[in-house]
Design a protein around this ligand. Structure first.
Ligand SMILES: Cc1cc2nc3c(=O)[nH]c(=O)nc-3n(C[C@H](O)[C@H](O)[C@H](O)COP(=O)(O)OP(=O)(O)OC[C@H]3O[C@@H](n4cnc5c(N)ncnc54)[C@H](O)[C@@H]3O)c2cc1C
Length: 456
């Protein structure tokens, strides 16, 4: 029998590492089990590397557009090796930061694959560890392939797409959700031929329909071929390329990137043996405090229902360990978690789309304003960005917020914060916003919902 702890966290992604730090802050002797690299998939392979490469694409775009602002530059060139080097450096800095926080908080890292035993202990290899207060399952998710296109060789998932050794000449991206649009809009601006294929009838199908329209226009302007409402079929991977067909046409690309979703990484966890129940969709069943059906075992992040997002995983980690420590915690309002997609144009949203709000029977009011309505839109060169607030007339409540355009991923937070503090669109309409900022367009959209748009 090896060491015992108050709290053992399995998985060190944004769910697991934040849970571990909070547990240590609350006085628990804490260990984290990790089978790969500290920081989880988010920091090592997913969110962070993606954003590092997207940042390069954004800078390249700004340089290309510099002439519009009176700056003469030669046609910029991409040094792909340097892009990948910077990507690796960003990852190293951030994962090193997590390791540093583990040391600072006296959190032990146990290297290896962890799972539960029948009596609720944690097994890593031949060693069993006991956790007196909580075991937090935080092992995240793995990609799911699509029928007829198994992952391997020239058919890759999102994590591989952000780590290609050489700049691809062409990419076929299957699935136009958050990950698919980020990959497509990064590589097309870096200079690859990109086709984005979506089976549903529009890009970003879970966003509000108005947002999808503006995003699709932006993608096409970048030179991307966008095909919606059509499945990808007859996929055949060769040594140097992949061929496929869609809606009667044939395509070929260096890589086919599958961006159609992920499933929970539960294989090694021993859930059945430990009596941890799962839902029909394979996710782990939890209550509002992230407790599973097994006493003292919690599950968080991509293992449980709700949007598969890093900040959601982190918040759940905090709630789980606070509950284990006997603290009063508050369940998450899942609908109000901000969703951020870092394609260009940027997309940020929360809550219901207009269509969902009408279906849910709300007395819907819509406040819609383009960035061009305020000075900053013109000054900064984005007049087509769009803010859309969905409200319910009865109490002025905001039930959805949708933004597409420059810095949408930052701007959405204002609406989320106001809602969390029980503010509605009439309050946003009355808060003084700095000038000239894009946030003034958020205020104007709230005024539009309240019936007194000034710049409209
Ligand atoms: C390409 C891509 C881009 C994304 N971009 C964003 C974004 O910009 N913003 C955002 O909010 N979300 C983004 N996401 C989603 C985000 O990555 C996940 O929601 C988040 O990583 C979930 O965190 P987690 O802690 O649950 O798990 P993970 O980050 O998946 O970490 C789980 C860890 O557990 C380890 N592990 C698994 N099994 C075991 C075991 N049995 N024993 C020990 N260790 C184990 C794994 O090695 C891994 O390190 C993106 C996802 C992808 C794929």
């Amino acid at each position: 029998m090896a060491d015992s702890y108050d709290c053992i966290v399995i998985g060190s992604g944004p769910g697991g590492y934040v849970a571990a730090i909070r547990a240590a802050q609350l006085g628990m002797k804490t260990a984290v089990v990790e089978k790969d690299k500290v920081g989880g998939r988010c920091l090592n392979y997913a969110c962070i590397p993606a954003k590092a490469v997207l940042r390069t694409a954004d800078i390249l775009q700004e340089v290309r557009d510099a002439g519009d602002f009176g700056v003469k530059v030669a046609e910029p060139e991409i040094d792909y090796d340097a892009v990948m080097e910077r990507r690796a450096k960003v990852v190293k800095t951030l994962t090193g930061g997590v390791s540093g926080l583990f040391k600072k908080n006296t959190i032990e890292v146990i290297e290896g694959e962890g799972g539960l035993t029948g009596d609720g202990k944690v097994r890593v290899g031949e060693t069993e560890y006991e956790a007196s207060k909580a075991v937090i399952l935080a092992t995240g998710s793995v990609p799911r392939g699509i029928p007829g296109a198994p992952l391997g060789g020239r058919i890759i998932g999102t994590e591989e797409a952000w780590a290609l050794d050489e700049m691809p000449r062409s990419l076929a991206v299957v699935g136009a959700g958050a990950s698919g649009t980020e990959i497509a809009s990064a590589y097309v601006r870096l200079g690859a031929d990109v086709i984005l294929l979506e089976m549903l009838d529009r890009v970003l199908p879970s966003e509000d329909a108005d947002i999808s329209k503006v995003a699709e226009r932006g993608f096409k302007k970048q030179g991307m071929k966008v095909v919606t409402g059509t499945p990808v079929e007859n996929v055949e991977a060769g040594d140097a390329s992949v061929t496929f067909s869609y809606g009667g046409e044939k395509g070929e690309a260096d890589w086919l990137v599958i961006c159609t979703g992920r499933g929970p990484d539960v294989e090694a966890l021993g859930l059945d043996e430990a009596g941890v129940e799962r839902l029909e969709n394979g996710l782990i069943k939890v209550d509002g405090a992230l407790r599973t059906s097994r006493e003292r075992v919690y599950a968080i992040g991509d293992l449980v229902p709700g949007p598969a997002l890093a900040h959601k995983a982190s918040d759940e980690g905090i709630i789980a360990v606070e509950d284990a420590a006997g603290e009063q915690t508050h369940p998450i309002e899942y609908a109000d978690i901000p969703r951020a997609t870092f394609c260009t144009p940027n997309v940020g949203s929360f809550g219901l789309t207009e269509e969902q709000a009408r279906e849910a029977g709300h007395d819907v009011v819509v406040g819609k304003v383009q960035y061009g309505a305020v000075g900053a839109g013109t000054v900064y060169g984005d007049r087509t960005g769009l803010i859309k607030i969905i409200g319910d007339k009865k109490y002025g409540e905001m039930i959805g917020g949708h933004i597409v355009g420059t810095r949408a991923t930052e701007l959405i937070q204002e609406l989320v914060n106001a809602k969390a503090l029980e503010g509605g669109y009439p309050e946003i309409a009355r808060i003084v916003h700095g000038h000239p900022t894009l946030s003034e367009a958020v205020m104007e959209a709230a005024r539009a919902a309240d019936g007194w748009l000034i710049h409209g």
